[in-house]
Design a protein around this ligand. Sequence first.
Ligand code: NAP
Length: 491
Amino acid sequence: MAEETAAVIILFGGSGDLAQRKLYPAMFGLYKRGILAQHFAVIGTARRPWTDAHYRDIVVSAVAGDNDHDQAVAFAAHFYYQSHDVTDAAHYITLKELAAKLDAKYETAGNRLYYMAMAPTFFATIASHLKSEALLTDGGFNRLVIEKPFGHDYASAKALNDSITATFAESQIFRIDHYLGKEMAQAIMGLRFGNPIIKALWNKDFIQDIQITLAEAVGVEERAGYYETAGALRDMVQNHVMQLVAYLTMAEPTALSAAAVHEVKAEAFANLHRYTTAEAAANFVRGQYTSAQIAGATVPGYRQEDGVAAASMTDTFVAGRITTDAPALAGVPIYVRTGKRLTRKSTQVTVTFKPGTPGLFGTQPAAHLTIYIEPTQGITLQLNGKKLGQTNDLTPENLDFRHDKKAAQAAPEAYERLIEDALVGDQTNFNHWTELAATWRYIDVILAAWAKDDAMPTYPAGTMGPKQAFELLQQDGHDWFWQPTRIQMAD
Ligand SMILES: NC(=O)c1ccc[n+]([C@@H]2O[C@H](COP(=O)([O-])OP(=O)(O)OC[C@H]3O[C@@H](n4cnc5c(N)ncnc54)[C@H](OP(=O)(O)O)[C@@H]3O)[C@@H](O)[C@H]2O)c1
C-alpha cells in the first residue's frame, strides 16, 4: 500500500459534472489504494441546498460499483457539504470554520487542497477570497488545483494568473491538463530517453516529420455554450496538443523532477518557430463540420447544433504545421490536427523516419513509429521486412506492442494520478505558467490571422477534416499517416 496523505480537500463545484464523473471516482481510487485513508475530509461546496447525507448519497452513486458499496459508503463518510455562493464573503468564514473543525477531527496537520471545479469566471474571485478571509493555514501545505480553460488568450490568461498568484505561489499552483495524466503521454519520456536506439535517431537527420492527431468522433454535444466561445484551437491545441509537442521536441531533462522537466519544456516552447500572422494563415487550417449520414442516421452540422449561432465562425477542426528552431529538430515539420465529428476517436502520434537513398533493395519506404495514446494504448514500429518466399522484395511490417486492456483499465486513470500528484506535491505533470504564457502567445497569432479571414472551410461529419488539411501536407510532399477512410478528400 502506498503512503497515506493527510489533507482537507475543499472542492468548489462539488455538485458539478466534473466532480461527479471524474473527481469522486478518482478520489475513491486513491482511497482504495490507501493514499486517502483515515486522515482526510472533503468539503464540497456549491449553491444548491444539499445536506451532508444527500451529498454522501451522491458521492456513493458516483463511485460505487457492484462489489464495493460498503467501501464507497465508508469513503463518502469523509464528505461534507456546504451550500453557499462563492461570490459571497460570508461563505469563506463558514468554510474556514468547517475546515478547521475537520482538520482537528481528521488530524490533517493543516494540509489543504483547494480544487476549483467551477466555471473559470469564478477562479479569480475564489482565490482573492481565500486570501482576504485568511483561509490558508500557517502549518501544513496549501495547494490550489485549477481546471482548464486557463484563459481565453494570452491577456486573459495573464490576468487570471496575476489574480491567483496574489494568493498562491507558483510552487502551490497545480494547473490541470488532464492529458498530462494519461499513461501514454507520460510514456513518451520513457520511450525517448530510455532507449539509446530511439535517442540516436531523434533528430532532423533521421526524422522526416512528426504527426499528432487528437480526433473526436462526437460533435459538440451539450457544450455549445462553452464551445462557441472556445473552438478547437483554444479547447485542444493550446493545451493538449502543445503539451504533446513539448514532450516530442524537448531535450532530455537532467532528472525526473518537476523542476528539470519544466525547464526543458519551457525551452521547447521557447524554441517553437514563431509565425507572423501571414505565416500563421499559411500554416494553420480551420474547419467546421457539416451535416452527414453516419451509420444510417443524419447528424446535424455544427451550425445546426442547439446553442450554435447560424453564422458561427467557431472552428471545430484545426490542422497546422509547427516547426521548432531547436537545433536537433530544426525544420522538421510537426503536423497537428484535432477536431470534432471526425471518423473515429483516437489520439496518436506518428514519427516518420526519412526513407533511405535507393540501395540494395531499391527505394525503401519510410519507417514509422506510432504512439497510441487513446483509446488504444501502445506503440507500433513499422519497418521494412522481406516478403515471405522466394523473393528479396521488401514490405512494411509492424512490430506491435499494446498494453493489455484489463491491465490498462486497472491502472489509475488520469485524474487519479493528478490528484495523487497534487496531494504529494509533485508538479511534474501540471502546467507551469511559463508554458501557458508561451502557448497562448503562439495561439494568439493564429487567432489574429483567422480574425482577418472570413472563409470557413467545411468537412462532412464523419470525415477527417477539410481538404485544406490534406493540401497542407501535400505542399511538403507528405501525407497524413493515419487515414481511417479515404472518402475524406471529397469536397
Ligand atoms: N465536465 C468535465 O468533464 C470537464 C472536463 C475538463 C474541464 N472541466 C472544467 O471544470 C470546471 C467545472 O466544469 P463542470 O462541467 O463540472 O461544470 P458544472 O457541471 O456546470 O458545475 C459547476 C459547479 O459550480 C457550482 N456553482 C456555479 N455557480 C456557483 C456559485 N456562484 N457559487 C457556488 N457554486 C457555484 C455548481 O453548483 P450550483 O449550481 O449548485 O451552485 C456546480 O457544482 C470548468 O472549468 C470546466 O471547464 C470540466
